[in-house]
Design a protein around this ligand. Structure first.
Ligand SMILES: [Zn+2]
Ligand SMILES: [Zn+2]
Length: 188
């Protein structure tokens, strides 16, 4: 799908919700009577697509990241629930996967993993998403993990990863202070 078509699809699907306000000069009472009260109409369940669109911040423009503004999981990926709690059918979908599927359809069966070219987990901009194989997914997360760890300046206990306190074993940095503590524990 061409990029301008894509934009039209995305923005048009958001437009339906804006029409709940009557046009200028036309009061709500002029509109045909609705069998339901205003409150129950406001509670009308929105479609998954509507809920999804209202959770994405596209305000910075078409080419930058579109962050998910609602719940995220521990890895920072956006989550949106589907199904109902009452019948136990409720599950969580990843927002960026839904973003991909709404824009491009389901990924090909041999490329089931939706990956970010921008390395920004909450991003839902379909231009930053690509479908990869399981091997692509592993490669991608290993690369990101390495990237994250190399930026870390302190061990999990808060000791600095400086020259005197760092021991490198198989490419991994090990905190000497923590290693000493572990050894002492083993001694007694
Ligand atoms: Zn992005
Ligand atoms: Zn340490």
């Amino acid at each position: 799908m061409r990029v301008d078509n894509l934009t039209r699809v995305w923005y048009n699907s958001g437009a339906a919700t804006a029409l709940t306000v009557p046009p200028r000069g036309l009061e709500r009472s002029d509109l045909p009577m609705h069998p339901q009260s205003t409150t129950s109409r406001d509670k009308k369940p929105r479609t998954l697509e509507e809920r999804f669109h209202s959770g994405v911040d596209r305000s910075s423009g078409p080419d930058v990241c579109w962050p998910w503004m609602r719940a995220v999981n521990r890895q920072g990926y956006g989550e949106i629930s589907v199904g109902s709690r009452t019948d136990g059918s409720r599950t969580l979908l990843r927002a960026h996967v839904l973003a991909y599927r709404l824009a491009f359809g389901d990924p090909p069966p041999d490329k089931p993993c939706i990956l970010h070219s921008c390395d920004n987990p909450p991003c839902c901009n379909p231009r930053h998403l690509w479908a990869g194989t399981k091997a692509d997914n592993i490669r991608d997360s290993v690369r990101k993990g390495r990237h994250r760890n190399s930026k870390r300046t302190h061990c999990p206990a808060g000791h600095p990863y400086d020259e005197s306190n760092t021991y490198v074993y198989r490419g991994q940095r090990i905190c000497k202070a923590c290693r000493r503590k572990r050894r002492r524990r083993l001694d007694c």
